[in-house]
Design a protein around this ligand. Sequence first.
Ligand SMILES: NC(=O)c1ccc[n+]([C@@H]2O[C@H](COP(=O)([O-])OP(=O)(O)OC[C@H]3O[C@@H](n4cnc5c(N)ncnc54)[C@H](OP(=O)(O)O)[C@@H]3O)[C@@H](O)[C@H]2O)c1
Length: 265
Amino acid sequence: MIKICLAGATGWAGSELARAIAKTDDLALAAAVSRKNAGRTLGDVLGDPLPDCPIYASAADVLAAPCDVFVEYTKPDSARANILTALERDAHVVVGTSGLTERDFDEIDRVARARRRGVLACGNFALTVVLLQKFAEVAAKLIPQWEIIDYAHDDKVDAPSGTARELAARLSKVRPPEMTVPLERTVGPIEARGATLSGSQVHSIRLPGYVISAEIIFGMPDQKLSIRHDSGGSARPYVDGALLAIRKVSTLVGVHRGLDAVLEI
Ligand SMILES: NC(=O)c1ccc[n+]([C@@H]2O[C@H](COP(=O)([O-])OP(=O)(O)OC[C@H]3O[C@@H](n4cnc5c(N)ncnc54)[C@H](OP(=O)(O)O)[C@@H]3O)[C@@H](O)[C@H]2O)c1
């Protein structure tokens, strides 16, 4: 049995994962984090026949009791501290929360390696996103110019999305993208060219009507290739990938980005 602490268990993504964990035979939800529901049980809050899982107000409280895997599914402003607390208590960590920076991941990696613990961070647990990342890496080997567009609902607070950040970081390991007109020679507001993340230009759109989409466009003279992923309205696509990450994270040491760290493709 893998004992899990789930931070963000009452949220849109975390509650779907909590329900799925409760249906498995090999994973046990030992405790959860939610500030508003501290002191209650998860079954009580979600209205489901979930096991009697206590809810605490903070990661520090929940980690007073040992667990095997800490799952971080809260918000960017709390994620870094939660992950470091979990590592200090010798838990492996699965990160679903988006918005962590490269610098955050460098620091987390140092702590995880020192404690011989695994951290598996997936900007997006959906299988179709894993494939988008793989296909984009193949394209980047052959096509030197690309830009990334990330679309999300208007109330998503972090930008660019975790998916876009992860994609840019992965492509930086293939090659730095080329640019015909360097940014500093832009005529007009330089922000119009987007943010530079790990060398890639990333453009974030936040509007009502969108759920979560990521698109990468590769351009060559007289031809272009777009690879795009669109999520539906439910958190279901993220569940299977998160369960796989929980089951496999203990085989890793240090920070690994993307589900393909534990998936044969
Ligand atoms: N990797 C993926 O595949 C994937 C998929 C979907 C979403 N996400 C990301 O996952 C994160 C959560 O998304 P969501 O849509 O589920 O958000 P949400 O519905 O707002 O839920 C957030 C959850 O975190 C808790 N929380 C928030 N701030 C906290 C804090 N400071 N300390 C402790 N708990 C806190 C909330 O409970 P309280 O307010 O009661 O504390 C709630 O349970 C976001 O970063 C999102 O972009 C990733």
